[in-house]
Design a binder for this molecule. Structure first.
Ligand code: ADP
Ligand code: MG
Ligand code: MG
Length: 915
């Protein structure tokens, strides 16, 4: 039996999106639950893949198409290619994952000279018929025959101009007939062949064109950007749908809706419509549509039906839906539904409310939100104190505030964005081919189109600020400027847009960090209920620690003490410590650092009480605290010049006696002072030269410093334990953890542990208390992984430092890799991800797994976590859950993402696969 490539909407399996595409599966599902969908059928993605592979439609496909067209004819009572009562169809793409506007749709297919006259007679509306005809010729010409839009647009514009008409609506039947004829001419000129009259030929070419569009540049770019793999969506289905017309007069309309407000999440009717218009007019932003509430007055009965449609969609799909509908002469048809793309705030609010309404479970509420989306919630908002007045207002299409230089096309946006310039993309309206400009821009501003226009939908999906339909702004792409009244905005001028209010400002307006909403607290509270992994933060200061706690961190997984060393009041002391030429001199310098570190740790422990705080002992090579060799040489040169000047001054004074009164400051600087400065700089230079290493990151750093200069580690250990003692005395519950970096052998740990034991005894004796703390190691060398069993005899915890461990495993340095060859590796698929962002589960992960197992074997209650940057990445978190780590630690702003991701990791653990 030959394969079945086509399913009618009555028969197709609504669950099988991989085979039928999202649009097709939902058209089937909606038909089968009794919603009014125009009759039609789906050609499977399998057919698409076969076609792309063999460069021809699969055997028997065209026969199957015919059979199904006959089926549609029977249901609709119309006939394909028939002069009396012609059936017109749309040919629509749709893959398993929705890619709005990325692939092509052809409307009004089935029109030719014959059926056109039929349509005119049947509807008695020549204007309508010619309008449908010219749209079809252009769409078919573009999509199936590859003729550029401009070729048609010039004629359209000419006729409009000749007729002196501004808006398309003003065109008469005769104008549209002229346009159609010119369009047919364009097709003949561009392809050398007349426009196909045979309706089946039209259909076959269109099916092929839609299949082709799967591999079009736009679609391929989109899939790459959004990491849509063949497992997620492979090939596009083709939906052939009976045309219904929203442009058959004032009892007809077309619209798009969301079952809830996608900007705020509010449970209300939301959407836009146009009376007497065809579907794509709303989406393309050619006319600015009306808010759906007005339909309640214009067509009250249909508004009621629309509410009913909305309710049915939500109660069936149990998810916010984004739907398209058309009203043809008073009859409501549903043309599409899909899960609504919303911003993070709306996702969170709808999750919490749908649980309250009993529509979904807590698990579903968590799982429907991609953790990365929460990053948006930490996006800046305009400073409420701002007194600057907006110069114009558009529709608030995607929230968040953004400032940047104005650019007027996507290529420029991309160019400037790559150069690191914040830009705002200004267009009259955007099209799918502008997508690369969106990626590069901080925000998007359009002068036409509604909240469901292309610009709005895409920006919302990306979490970028967007204002649409700002009609007061005249955007002139050609002269690269915009104007509001008599105010001119040129390319490169800075503006600020607030996508939450629609306000547009000239210049850069200050922004503030957003607040953590109650809904987000509720949602993340549920996440915590399911999670097994704990979420800790990588922070170094008490302020950041408090922020991390407010985001829900339950510990500090990594406090880098060197960050404390770098503060301006400590650096001179640290430099003295490095320059010390004897142990005693070094201890003197350390003695001055001690009280400062003590205070740092005390504050940090207090801020994190009662949670654990993991403090890493000094890690970077010492030269990092000194100026560069080059800088020192420069400075010494200047000092020597200055010395000559001072000498000259001295000679002058000696020669002329005391007749000259010098201003105060000059008297301070005698040769002796300068000589001292020079000596110190020369000492630093000598030290820098001594410390020089070919590969500092593989050099004298980490625990190796602790071996060479025990007094440094001892000072740090003492300040940690002393701070712990002070907290204990104040009855502040704390849990310090001392962590040793760069370990390769248990011997190093034993050595450091011996310092710890000694200092612990001293501190306990001095304060008369018992100290509670843990001692452990980072795992960031390959050797540490292989010796984990032995390390665990000394270490009470392991923390994977997956940045260094990744460098060690791949044997390349992050900087060189990211700057030189990693992009190539990623683009050509030699490596799927950047292993410094996404944990390399197959390589580094295997070392981690082995290490964790060996660690547990030696010490069953060993605590194991990850503190590398990948610890805040959802996919990496799933791996950490899989190998049963105890916690992940990430930067403070990623805490909400990680909290949701650890819950996902638990809820989805059964279908985890290493990819
Ligand atoms: P997209 O995937 O870009 O949303 P669609 O296939 O949904 O593209 O079609 C584009 C526009 O054409 C939409 O506004 C849709 O509602 C409209 N449309 C598609 N098929 C029909 C039809 N059979 N009758 C009326 N309008 C249609
Ligand atoms: Mg659509
Ligand atoms: Mg490291």
């Amino acid at each position: 039996m030959t394969e079945k490539y086509i399913y009618s909407f009555e028969k197709g399996d609504g669950q099988n999106k991989v085979l039928l595409g999202g649009k097709g599966a939902n058209l089937c599902e909606m038909t089968q639950i009794g919603l009014n969908v125009p009759p039609g059928f789906v050609i499977t993605t399998k057919a698409c893949l076969d076609y792309l592979e063999n460069h021809q439609l699969p055997d028997g496909l065209l026969d199957e198409v015919k059979t199904h067209i006959v089926g549609v004819e029977t249901v609709s009572g119309k006939k394909f290619g028939d002069r009396q009562n012609p059936l017109l169809v749309s040919v629509r793409s749709g893959s398993a994952i929705s890619m709005p506007g990325m692939m092509d749709t052809i409307l009004n297919l089935g029109l030719n000279a014959q059926t056109l006259t039929g349509l005119v007679e049947q509807t008695g509306d020549a204007r309508f018929a010619y309008d449908a005809y010219r749209r079809f010729i252009q769409l078919f010409g573009k999509v199936a025959l590859g003729i550029e839009d401009e070729k048609f647009d010039v004629h359209f514009a000419t006729i409009k101009k000749q007729a002196g008409i501004k808006s398309d609506v003003g065109l008469s039947a005769d104008h549209l007939r002229q346009i159609s004829e010119l369009f047919l001419q364009v097709v003949l000129e561009e392809t050398g062949k007349p426009f196909p009259e045979d309706v089946y030929e039209q259909l076959n070419l269109s099916i092929k064109a839609v299949f082709h569009s799967w591999m079009g540049k736009r679609a391929v770019d989109y899939r790459r950007e959004f990491h849509i793999t063949p497992q997620m969506a492979n090939g596009t289905a083709v939906n052939v749908v009976t045309m219904v017309f929203g442009n058959m007069g004032n009892d007809s309309a077309t619209g798009v809706g969301f079952t809830r407000n996608p900007g705020t999440g509010a449970n209300e009717m939301y959407g836009e419509y146009l009376v007497n218009a065809q579907g794509e007019d709303v989406v393309a932003g050619i006319r600015t549509p009306k808010p759906v509430h007005e339909l309640a007055y214009e067509m009250p009965e249909l508004y009621k039906q629309l509410i009913e449609l909305r309710n049915k969609l939500e109660s069936h799909y149990k998810e916010v839906q984004d739907y398209e509908y058309t009203i043809e002469r008073g009859i409501l048809y549903c043309l599409q539904t899909r899960n609504g793309k919303m911003n993070a705030a709306a996702m969170v609010r709808t999750s919490v409310e749908m649980v309250a309404e009993g529509l979904i479970s807590k698990e579903k509420a968590l799982l429907r939100i991609n953790p990365e989306l929460l990053e948006q919630l930490l996006h800046p908002q305009l400073d409420p104190e701002n007194k600057e007045r907006p110069v114009a207002q558009g529709l608030p299409a995607s929230p968040g505030a953004a400032s940047g230089k104005c650019v007027f096309d996507a290529d420029t946006a991309e160019l400037m964005g790559r150069a690191g310039e914040p830009v705002i993309l200004l267009r009259e309206e955007t099209k799918p081919e502008d997508i690369h400009g969106f990626f590069a821009a901080q925000g998007i501003l359009t002068s036409r189109g509604g909240k469901t226009s292309h610009a709005a939908v895409v920006a919302r999906g990306m979490g970028k600020a967007c204002i649409a339909g700002a009609e007061d702004i005249k955007i002139d792409v050609r002269s690269r400027q915009a104007s509001v009244g008599d105010l001119h905005i040129r390319e490169g001028d800075i503006i600020t847009i607030d996508g939450s209010t629609g306000h547009i400002y000239i210049g850069k307006i200050p922004t503030i960090e957003p607040a953590f909403s109650e809904e987000l607290k509720t949602l993340l509270g549920w996440a915590d209920e399911f999670a097994e992994l704990k979420v800790h933060a990588n922070v170094d200061t008490p302020e950041r620690a408090r922020m991390a706690v407010s985001y829900g961190a339950t510990g500090i997984g990594l406090c880098r003490t060197e960050r404390m060393f770098n503060a301006s009041d400590r650096l001179p002391l640290v430099i003295d410590m490095i320059l010390a030429d004897s142990k005693e001199a070094r201890q003197d310098a350390l003695a001055k650092l001690f009280p400062i570190q003590l205070d740092d740790f005390k504050q940090l422990f207090e801020a994190m009480s009662p949670y654990p705080v993991t403090v890493r002992l000094l890690d970077p090579p010492m030269h990092e605290f000194l100026p560069s060799e080059h800088q020192l040489e420069d400075e010494i040169k200047s000092l020597n010049l200055y010395k000559v000047m001072i000498h000259g001054q001295q000679v002058t004074l000696d020669t002329l006696g005391t007749q000259i009164a010098l201003p105060g400051p000059f008297n301070l600087l005698n040769e002796e002072v300068i000589n001292k400065a020079i000596a110190k700089k020369e000492l630093m230079l000598k030290k820098v030269k001594e410390l020089y290493e070919v590969n500092p990151m593989l050099g004298h750093r980490g625990v190796r410093l602790g071996m060479s200069y025990p007094e440094i580690y001892q000072m740090q250990i003492r300040s940690i334990l002393e701070a712990a003692a002070l907290c204990a005395k104040q009855r502040i519950p704390i849990l310090p953890e001392i962590m040793v970096p760069q370990v390769i052998t248990a011997q190093e740990l034993i050595k450091v542990k011996s310092y710890v034991d000694q200092i612990q005894q001293e501190v306990e004796r001095q304060h008369g208390i018992r100290l509670e703390f843990k001692f452990g190691t980072m795992i960031e060398t390959v050797r540490a992984c292989t010796r984990a069993g032995e390390l665990a005899e000394v270490a009470e915890f392991f923390s994977f430092g997956t940045n260094d461990l990744t460098q060690a495993t791949f044997s390349f340095s992050r900087e060189d890799a990211e700057n030189k060859f990693l992009p190539l590796y990623n683009e050509t698929g030699l490596l799927e991800d950047n292993p410094f962002e996404v944990l390399d589960a197959k390589g580094v992960g295997q070392l981690m797994k082995m290490t964790a197992e060996a660690g547990h074997k030696t010490r069953p209650d060993i605590k194991i976590g990850i503190c590398g940057e990948q610890g805040g990445h959802p996919q990496s978190i799933r791996f950490c859950h899989h190998i049963k780590l105890d916690y992940v630690s990430c930067s403070a702003p990623r805490i909400p993402i990680a909290r949701l991701a650890v819950a996902h990791a638990k809820l989805l653990e059964d279908d985890y696969r290493i990819m």
